[in-house]
Write a protein that binds this ligand. Structure first.
Ligand code: C2E
Ligand code: MG
Ligand code: MG
Ligand code: MG
Length: 290
């Protein structure tokens, strides 16, 4: 049904596909302006050692706050950015900001902190990943050995030959590579022997039920055992309770991440959080700054 309103014609429709399409195209238009209008921010979420609880790393997670549409979750706008050719510039922004923050933490005495970045499969295949990373290194001077790239299993499926040479290049620059959401992709284990990974991040869906579901527990146990043999570190994502923490520690998972340890935070909140944690800043001040 079309309703005439002066010069404008509005198509009225029920809830459904066209509403999604409208939101999709509105978001796509808004996304074009988002970086220029300073609407994006990089948040950081702690990663802690399972053994001691010490905060050792942080994952950069992009946030988009639109003046009218409000907070738009990355799960909604990252796919739009990927489909409209904007993912490269968003990643460039995220990497730069995250590298700057890593530098700033070093200046504040937290030079041991590491950083994890999320990588879109598209960036691996269109060549922007290496460009964005090398530019980021050049401009900020961070140590790439402190940085881990989180890629999903799906990244390796599209064209594994390209993926392999890009990831080899990234490794030779000094970056580490982690498989994000491990266990949810539909790939075979074959890629584990063909690529040089450093870490497996066990998907939250296995952690959610770990205290009541023996199958989840068995799967996590098997992933950890396999990782040990392959010389890979394990990280559990989405840890929300003390009970989950205790089980994962007992199973020998190396690092833990989740709301139990801390939510994603902006830079200032993260600095305060660091000051509050049991690892005193003064202990860190004795370490050489870089
Ligand atoms: P991911 O990389 O697997 O990140 C984990 C997501 O789980 C984050 O959501 C994080 O806030 C959330 N999370 C962490 N701990 C908990 C917990 O204990 N409970 C619950 N319920 N959630 C938890 P977020 O920030 O909304 O990001 C969602 C996804 O969007 C990410 O999944 C990643 O795939 C993508 N993403 C986020 N930032 C970026 C980015 O800068 N670049 C790219 N390419 N993708 C990004
Ligand atoms: Mg991630
Ligand atoms: Mg993940
Ligand atoms: Mg996930």
């Amino acid at each position: 049904d079309a309703v005439e309103l002066g010069a404008n014609t509005f198509v009225i429709s029920g809830m459904g596909d066209s509403d999604d399409q409208n939101r999709g195209s509105r978001l796509e238009m808004a996304l074009k302006e988002a970086l220029g209008n300073d609407e994006m921010e990089v948040f950081l979420q702690p990663k802690c050692l399972a053994g001691t609880g010490e905060l050792v790393s942080m994952e950069a997670l992009v946030r988009w706050n639109h003046p009218e549409l409000g907070h738009i979750p990355p799960q909604e706008f990252i796919p739009i950015a990927e489909n409209s050719g904007m993912i490269g510039s968003i990643s460039r922004f995220v990497y730069f900001r995250a590298f700057e923050m890593l530098m700033e933490f070093s200046r504040l005495g937290y030079s041991h902190l590491r950083l994890a970045l999320n990588v879109s499969p598209l960036e691996i295949h269109d060549g922007t990943l290496v460009k964005n990373l090398t530019n980021g290194l050049l401009f900020t001077g961070i140590d790439p050995r402190k940085v881990e790239l989180e890629i999903t299993e799906g990244s390796l499926l599209i064209n594994s030959q390209t993926a392999r040479s890009i990831l080899d290049e990234v490794k030779s620059l000094g970056f580490q590579i982690s498989i994000d959401d491990f266990g949810t992709g539909y790939s075979t284990f074959g890629y584990l022997k063909n690529f040089q990974f450093d870490t497996l991040k066990i998907d939250k869906s296995f952690i959610d039920q770990i205290q009541m579901d023996n199958n989840s527990r068995a799967i996590v146990q098997a992933i950890i055992a396999m990782s040990r043999t392959l010389n890979l570190q394990t990280v559990a994502e989405g840890v929300e309770t003390q009970e989950q923490y205790d089980i994962l520690k007992e199973l020998g998972c190396d690092q833990l991440q989740g709301y139990f340890f801390g939510r994603p935070m902006n830079f200032d909140d993260f600095v305060n959080y660091l000051g509050d944690t049991s690892v005193k800043k003064s202990d860190r001040m004795n370490l050489p700054l870089r």
